[in-house]
Write a new protein. Structure first.
Length: 356
């Protein structure tokens, strides 16, 4: 296809998931990769036969014919790299979270509006079969009014790369709340139709991390010297419509969890639970209701879910071709950043934060 969309991927760590998504789409052609680790860059480019290789993203953005990029970098680099890409006429698919700080996220959305280029956020868990099934139930009002959602992502031992950018607030913006909570908070808000949040109350803890415990590899580390972000966050959100959301997110906890995320919807006419253990791709949904006055439980047999990154890439490419607005919009990403910011501010001040 001579009219394939020319793509570049900036960051080939998480960016490999983007790369595989593009390679599954015949309408895309990955022509360039960029990474500061030259050995990793060359290895990935050789594996996937990508011709142009850069260690400086500015040089990549100057490549003739490049139409769009994926930005899969540490959180503090999302804003400068995405804004530069937008200003050089590229559409951008950015990894979550939108940025490491709220002002940076606001600047990214402003740049997208100013340049007229697409800025889409990679909320890849929306594209799983189980999440889409629940969205269909909500669209058909099968649960009635959903008055409470319990959501979270809990790990037993899962502090990633202690001492890396993940665990330093200056680069990451926070710990598991901004790393994992961003996904379940988006899933919850998306299922509910992105309702208005009125108040936020949150708390954070650095309990195991402060003792050098809880690393994903099981090895001890230098406590707060290597991890100055929370290892657990909790929050309670009140919505304008009277519904509520409770949130629990951890990288490490003495609990029965392994690496599990969940969104449990409690409705007036029924309930639905999405519970995913260790990234399982099937048997993740349970539905609850009544039949002749007796409680019922149903476990729908859904097709095994494909890669969520591939789903995000497909929507991104479709929006470039058609000019449609992404469902995982930059505005959604900005809303989530405002909620994350409010949770962190509430935790720091020990006070509820009123948003509207």
């Amino acid at each position: 296809m001579s009219d394939r969309i020319k793509i570049g991927v900036i960051g080939v760590g998480v960016g490999r998931a983007h790369l595989r998504g593009y390679l599954a789409c015949p309408e895309a052609e990955v022509v360039a990769l960029c990474d500061v680790d030259e050995a990793r860059l060359q290895a990935v480019a050789d594996e996937y036969h990508v011709p142009h290789r850069f260690t400086d993203y500015k040089e990549m953005l100057a490549l003739g014919g490049l139409q769009a990029v994926s930005v899969a970098l540490p959180n503090d680099l999302h804003a400068p790299v995405s804004i530069a890409a937008l200003e050089t006429g590229k559409h951008v698919l950015c990894e979550k979270p939108l940025a490491s700080t709220l002002p940076d996220a606001e600047a990214m959305v402003e740049a997208s509006h100013r340049t007229g280029k697409i800025l889409m956020i990679t909320f890849n868990y929306r594209y799983r079969t189980d999440a889409r099934f629940l969205k269909g139930l909500m669209s058909e009002n099968r649960l009635g009014r959903v008055y409470h959602v319990r959501a979270g992502w809990v790990r037993r031992c899962g502090i990633p790369k202690a001492g890396s950018w993940f665990t330093h607030k200056e680069k990451s913006g926070g710990g598991p709340l901004i790393d994992l909570g961003v996904h379940v908070l988006d899933l919850t808000m998306w299922l509910l139709g992105y309702p208005e949040v009125v108040t936020v109350s949150g708390a954070t803890h650095n309990a195991l991390a402060s003792l050098g415990k809880g690393a994903s590899n099981g090895l001890p580390f230098q406590g707060v010297q290597d991890c100055d972000v929370e290892d657990l966050a909790v929050a309670f959100l009140r919505l304008r419509n009277g519904s509520t959301i409770s949130l629990e997110i951890s990288w490490a906890s003495y609990s029965s969890a392994s690496d599990d995320y969940f969104v449990h919807l409690m409705g007036a006419q029924g309930g639905a639970e999405l519970t995913v253990h260790n990234y399982a791709r099937k048997d993740t949904v349970r539905l609850f209701g009544d039949l002749d006055g007796q409680p019922t439980e149903t476990r729908p047999r859904l097709p095994e879910t494909p890669s969520g990154h591939e789903g995000a890439v497909r929507e991104f490419l479709s929006c470039i071709r058609t000019g449609a607005k992404p469902t995982a919009s930059a505005e959604n990403g900005l809303t989530i950043m405002r909620l994350l910011d409010a949770i962190y501010r509430s935790a720091q001040s020990d006070q509820e934060i009123r948003l509207s």
